[in-house]
Design a protein around this ligand. Structure first.
Ligand SMILES: Cc1cc2nc3c(=O)[nH]c(=O)nc-3n(C[C@H](O)[C@H](O)[C@H](O)COP(=O)(O)O)c2cc1C
Length: 211
């Protein structure tokens, strides 16, 4: 049974456009794939443990810094448990608003927890970083109030989709579809634009990736 993990990165609940469009995408996927199993991960409802001294030190042992001890091993156990939920999915769907040019801190927190050597990526001094995930795909639904593709730099920069596409590639997910509803606020026809994006989702059109 194929598994989809729907990651909710906006805290704005029913008001959130990235939540709404990502949910529409997931529903469309369910309609297309009736045996699809969907796991919804709301990062604002989830009790994410601090990624502080012990988990950071546990990660660094894989780079030859320090030794694994009971405290680090316990932290690693927690990290592995949270990461296993991500690893189970064949398809990752992220609904992500732009916050200060980048992504909301809860999503960065989650990424910092799960992006671990031996689990999501490997490293070799010659090869550099390489992803460990295979045969997975991702769909990223992005919103931003002001920034849009091609916007004048005075309206900001995109450290949101660029960062997420870089991170997904780092961990081995190269089949990435980015669905944009941007801008949401500085938009002369926000409702019409929303409906266009929604229609492209419902018709199964793949934006942002070559056919
Ligand atoms: C904390 C915060 C920071 C934001 N930073 C930006 C930004 O840098 N650029 C931008 O265009 N919009 C920014 N916005 C606006 C949101 O990206 C925009 O309202 C978006 O539609 C929210 O998505 P949502 O409806 O899924 O929550 C910010 C909003 C908040 C709450």
């Amino acid at each position: 049974m194929p598994k989809l993990l729907h990651i909710v990165a906006s805290p704005r609940g029913a008001d959130s456009k990235s939540n709404a469009l990502a949910a529409e995408f997931v529903a469309a996927e369910q309609a297309r794939t009736p045996n699809l199993s969907v796991d919804r991960l709301d990062l604002w409802a989830e009790d994410l443990p601090a990624f502080d001294g012990d988990p950071a030190a546990a990660k660094m042992t894989f780079f030859g810094v320090g030794e694994m001890d009971p405290a680090k091993a316990e932290a690693w156990e927690t990290v592995s448990r949270i990461t296993s939920r991500f690893l189970e999915a064949d398809h990752i769907v992220l609904g992500v608003p732009m916050w200060n040019g980048g992504i909301p801190y809860r999503l960065k927190h989650y990424i910092d927890i799960i992006t671990q050597p031996g689990l999501l990526f490997g490293f070799d001094p010659e090869k550099g970083y390489f992803g460990l995930l295979e045969n997975k795909r991702a769909t990223v639904v992005t919103t931003s109030g002001v920034w849009a593709p091609g916007a004048d730099p005075k309206y900001g920069e995109d450290f949101q989709s660029n960062y997420l596409e870089w991170w997904l590639d780092l961990i081995g997910i190269t089949d990435v579809q980015t669905i944009r509803y941007q801008p949401t606020l500085m938009n002369p026809a926000p409702q019409e634009h929303y409906q266009e994006v929604l229609q492209s989702i419902l018709s199964g059109a793949r934006q942002g990736v070559p056919a």
